[in-house]
Design a protein around this ligand. Structure first.
Ligand SMILES: Cc1cc2nc3c(=O)[nH]c(=O)nc-3n(C[C@H](O)[C@H](O)[C@H](O)COP(=O)(O)OP(=O)(O)OC[C@H]3O[C@@H](n4cnc5c(N)ncnc54)[C@H](O)[C@@H]3O)c2cc1C
Length: 535
């Protein structure tokens, strides 16, 4: 069913807690920085809050392992409580950091003092499915995997939400929206942005905006926030953001035409809090054909990617995974003898959804496709992973890879670096060649694996204790080279606090200013998620 949406660049935010406005303003006039007093004030609205260090401490660090601290933890149960907290922090100028599953690798949920707002109790509204329109509404404070499982359950295994980041058991729906997380499906269907239909969103001042995709589109680079008696112009960034798998910086458009939903997805919480959403769904395959292929070199693997890219007419999302286990991966993989027969081979995991055919006919179809690739592929070495025992071994092998690499780094006293760079597919081969050459010169131990379907591979560096300088230089080399070749420093992990400098190097100081200009119009004191993207 087509729904006609009236398009506009004028947004009318709504104050949903007007009855509390006066008490918040009165409190802000007298508050002198006492967090116990703030704790009591927020509790007077029945908001779960605590200044107990033992309760707050687990929120100081996220998966980035950067140091953080805070004075108070709040756990709002709904958008009204979120609005009260935001309005209070906005008026009192108190730092506020939004924390969800804490699985980010960039310090984006690491607090820098003030309040931590945990979204763990934001479990309203219930998940509701619209089978006809193939979408589901969801709260933002639940693990993504819970949402995915519930969709399958309610739809009787007919529909599913296909974004499947490896961290999906721990990452929350809101965290994945805020970081534009992506999973195994190659192409734009693998990333969160593609599936977002609606957002319920609170601006830093606590006012609510309900957004449908296509409803708010900026005009000449500007959105207008219309309040009674005044209009605030919101300038959207216009830096040139490569149209590839991309989690670097806020969404932008050189012509200044941006959907408000796109501006918020991937903005790492600096523009406000997402309190609920409506996400698109797609047909759930009745089963998948799961294959593991061995090839004798990285060059053959890139040939295979290019072959499939042509075969699928440039739409790689017709397969649901094309993962790569490249240089040195075998040495860090459990069960490698099950997957590989030659120790120098590289591996590819291929997942093909089956909607109507039988598994056997799909296998026959793919034997023909693989035969037409070329003679570099030994069909006898292809492992079908469809039986539970084979799948279990493959699953363990895949997960053992980063674990074993991290364990080794700890053992030798170094600090791992895992890159997230990406370049357009036409520069993929040259990028890899140059990086390998540079890493070989540096003599740092490393391995290479990742999402071949997006030309997005992770170099996992395992430097010795005395190689810290070399490993940072090698990292910088990759960041510079990726942007020189039309790519970016982050395809899926984002910027947070850790990669701010990478953002500046990739897009320039002007782009930093653009984000600052946008942020300042709605958060002049920079109290919300301070430190992410722009200091
Ligand atoms: C082992 C591991 C595997 C991973 N695999 C992948 C992967 O396959 N693909 C991928 O893309 N990423 C991956 N990541 C990175 C990470 O899981 C994602 O970035 C994820 O989206 C973060 O979600 P979270 O709930 O943990 O958010 P958090 O880490 O808690 O927060 C991330 C950011 O989102 C903001 N935020 C959270 N909720 C909201 C909200 N409701 N409104 C506004 N802002 C909000 C926070 O303030 C912060 O800026 C992985 C991480 C780990 C540790």
């Amino acid at each position: 069913m087509d729904i006609i949406i009236k398009q506009s660049s004028n947004i009318k935010p709504k104050n949903i807690i007007s009855e509390h406005h006066k008490s918040i303003i009165d409190f802000s006039k007298t508050w002198k920085g006492d967090y116990e007093e703030l704790n009591s004030f927020l509790k007077s609205f029945s908001i779960a809050a605590s200044a107990d260090i033992d309760i707050i401490k687990p929120y100081f660090r996220d998966w980035s392992n950067m140091d953080g601290y805070a004075d108070l933890l709040v756990r709002p149960k709904n958008k009204f409580e979120c609005a009260i907290i935001l309005k209070t922090c906005y008026n009192c100028n108190i730092l506020l950091t939004i924390s969800a599953g804490k699985t980010n690798l960039t310090g984006s949920a690491t607090p820098r003092g003030g309040i931590i707002l945990s979204t763990s109790l934001l479990t309203e509204p219930d998940i509701e499915l619209d089978l006809e329109n193939k979408d589901a509404s969801a709260p933002t404070g639940i693990p993504l995997e819970d949402f995915r499982n519930r969709v399958l359950e309610i739809s009787d295994q007919k529909l599913y939400y296909p974004v499947d980041p490896t961290s999906r058991n721990d990452a929350y729906v809101g965290g994945t929206l805020s970081c534009n997380a992506s999973g195994f499906i190659p192409g734009q269907k693998g990333a969160t942005r593609y599936w977002v239909k609606e957002l319920e969103f609170l601006l830093p001042n606590g006012d609510l905006v309900h957004i449908k995709r296509g409803q708010y589109i900026s005009e000449n680079g500007i959105f207008s926030l219309d309040y009674e008696g005044k209009t605030i112009s919101l300038p959207v960034p216009t830096y040139n953001r490569p149209k590839i798998k991309n989690a670097s910086g806020i969404f932008s458009d050189e012509n200044g035409i941006v959907d408000l939903i796109d501006l918020i997805i991937g903005s790492e919480g600096i523009l406000g809090i997402i309190t609920s959403c409506k996400l698109g769904l797609t047909d759930y395959p009745k089963e998948n054909l799961e294959l593991f292929l061995s090839l004798s070199s990285e060059s053959d693997a890139i040939d295979f990617y290019e072959f499939l890219y042509d075969y699928f007419d440039h739409d790689m999302s017709k397969i649901t995974a094309l993962e790569y286990f490249g240089y040195n991966s075998q040495n860090y993989m459990n069960h490698k003898e099950f997957l590989f027969s030659n120790e120098n081979d590289v591996g590819i995991y291929l997942q093909i959804p089956i909607f109507s055919n039988s598994l056997d006919s799909k296998i026959d179809e793919w034997i023909k496709i693989l035969q037409s690739f070329n003679s570099k592929l030994d069909l006898d070495s292809v492992v079908v992973l469809n039986d539970p025992e084979s799948w279990k071994k493959f699953f363990e092998a895949r997960h053992s890879l980063p674990d074993n690499a991290l364990t080794k780094t700890h053992r030798i006293g170094g600090v791992s670096i895992i890159t997230d760079t990406i370049v357009p597919n036409y520069n993929f081969r040259i990028y890899l060649e140059k990086v390998h050459k540079n890493l070989r010169r540096s003599k740092i131990e490393y391995l290479l694996f990742g999402h071949l379907g997006d030309c997005h591979l992770h170099f996992h560096l395992i430097p010795k204790k005395n190689q810290e300088k070399e490993s940072l230089e090698a990292y910088d080399y990759m960041i510079d080279l990726s942007s020189k070749l039309g790519g970016v420093y982050s395809a899926e992990h984002g910027t947070g606090k850790r990669k701010r400098n990478d953002f500046k190097k990739c897009y320039g100081e002007e782009a930093v200013t653009m984000i600052k200009n946008l942020k300042t119009t709605i958060d002049p004191n920079n109290f919300l998620n301070k430190g992410n993207l722009i200091g």
